[in-house]
Design a protein around this ligand. Structure first.
Ligand code: ATP
Ligand code: MG
Length: 430
């Protein structure tokens, strides 16, 4: 079977590597891919928005199945386009991907189907939004969110009324996020730990992956600027059996019911971002694809053949498949360019990659490219190093031992990935 993976980050490297482990996969293409992916897949020089060229390529090369990594081609309708050309593709159709690409749509969906989420109001006029905020307590935290996709920059956490006024003006008047901020959501702030539940679904049945947690902030102790993600781990010890059951019953089942009732064509991965409100899980957001770097900890734990799962999803027979996971834990540490997520330099040689030889350690490339036989840095997030082991503590130790073997100029990474998980484990042992 021939597979085409769309995207170019660490998530797509993890997808390509997983597909390469299937005995049924004879060839993998990745568009556009990166330096690390080029070692296991043939890179296709097309961008994720070139739908016609990508579909022509898939036809010409007799691709059996395409897997979409990032959200923007999904929200622009790549799945609808491929399907209209008779091609099999994993991902939600354009309408269904609104669960991610419109926060207002997602909030309304949650209201209709009784899914717990922070109380909110949506606005399409700046005057109405400011007027609403005039009634907000001066120092009560509030969250202002752009309705549209904003590459992780569309959420402003505000300390109170004045701060929120500024956020609204920036989004709706100054248009700092372009069209994404024309409409907004203002919602109550919840103080709690976050968890991600990803599911495979064919729109009828679903299979929940182990819970994971990522680390969005640039600096240790969850300080500094927001990033695409500096590390992740799974399974999250916070996700006890009891909580998993509650989330499946009160949230995931209701989401699937909603998808069916709304007749959404959802065949792919749905990412449910949760925040704990005391003991109660609330939905923060949906993403309509695998997370990055959550994929880099989930796929190494996946035992079932990803090609079998992908085919079952597109053929709407996911319930025929038994999806199993390795017993242990996985931890991923992202190695980033100094200065990321702001300005950083690129083009530095990456040294020491060949010194990582442990078969339970995976080095996923995100911002790298091959140049004159050398792998050099080409992005903010450069590599994701993942280790799997019997438990979180051993995975943390192993990942940091291996991170030490790699270097490039101005390399930086967080030293406290999964620290929260370890304290959760200690609490449970007390
Ligand atoms: N109501 C809220 N209360 C507390 N924190 C919140 C709230 N809404 C959002 N956040 C914080 O902001 C982050 C981003 O919010 P959200 O997931 O809605 O945006 P996003 O831009 O779609 O994120 P992503 O890039 O992960 O897809 C959350 O992970 C959480 O840390
Ligand atoms: Mg999102």
């Amino acid at each position: 079977m021939k597979v085409l993976v769309i995207g170019s980050g660490g998530r797509e490297h993890a997808l390509c590597l997983k597909f390469s482990q299937s005995p049924k996969v004879e060839k993998i293409y990745c568009a556009p891919g990166n330096g690390g992916i080029s070692k296991i897949a043939e890179l296709v020089d097309l961008t994720t928005g070139d739908f016609t060229e990508l579909a022509d390529f898939a036809k010409k090369k007799n691709i059996d199945i395409t897997f979409v990594g990032p959200e923007s081609p999904l929200s622009e309708g790549i799945v609808d386009f491929f399907v209209s050309r008779g091609l099999k593709i994993v991902g939600p159709a354009k309408d269904a991907s609104k669960l991610e690409s419109s926060k207002i749509y997602a909030k309304e969906f949650m209201k209709i189907y009784g899914i717990p989420t922070a109380p909110y109001r949506s606005f399409s006029s700046v005057a109405d939004a400011l007027n609403f905020l005039d009634g907000w307590e001066e120092n009560k935290k509030v969250v202002v969110k752009a309705d549209g996709l904003a590459a992780g920059k569309g959420v402003y956490m505000c300390d109170g009324r004045k701060d929120a006024h500024n956020a609204v003006k920036k989004m709706m008047e100054d248009k700092v996020l372009g069209g994404a901020g024309s409409n907004i959501v203002i919602e109550e702030h919840i103080d709690g730990q976050e968890l991600s539940y990803l599911i495979f679904t064919d729109g009828i049945s679903y299979s929940v992956m182990p819970a994971s947690q990522d680390h969005k902030r640039a600096e240790d102790g969850d300080k500094g600027l927001n990033t695409g993600g500096m590390g992740a781990y799974s399974p999250a010890p916070l996700a006890t059996n009891e909580l998993n059951e509650k989330i499946e019953r009160d949230i995931i089942r209701k989401v699937i019911e909603g998808i069916k009732a709304e007749k959404l064509d959802y065949k792919g991965v749905l990412y449910v971002g949760i925040i704990m409100n005391g003991n109660d899980p609330y939905v923060l957001e949906f993403n309509c694809r695998f997370g990055d770097p959550e994929t880099q900890v989930l796929l190494p734990l996946l035992e079932t053949d990803l090609l079998d799962i992908s085919r079952a999803i597109v053929d709407k027979r996911l319930s025929d498949i038994n999806i199993s996971w390795k017993k242990g834990a996985a931890v991923c540490v992202v190695l980033a360019s100094g200065g990321y997520p702001e300005n950083f330099e690129k083009g530095f040689e990456i040294k020491g990659l060949e010194d990582i030889t442990d078969s339970d350690v995976f080095v996923y490339h995100a911002g790298t490219k091959s140049e004159n036989g050398q792998i050099v840095t080409s992005g903010g997030r450069v590599l994701g190093v993942t280790a799997i082991a019997g438990d979180i503590k051993s995975a943390v130790d192993k990942v940091y031992e291996n991170v030490k073997l790699v270097s490039f100029e101005n390399m930086r990474y967080r030293k406290d990935i999964a620290k929260k998980a370890l304290s959760e484990v200690e609490k449970a042992q007390d």
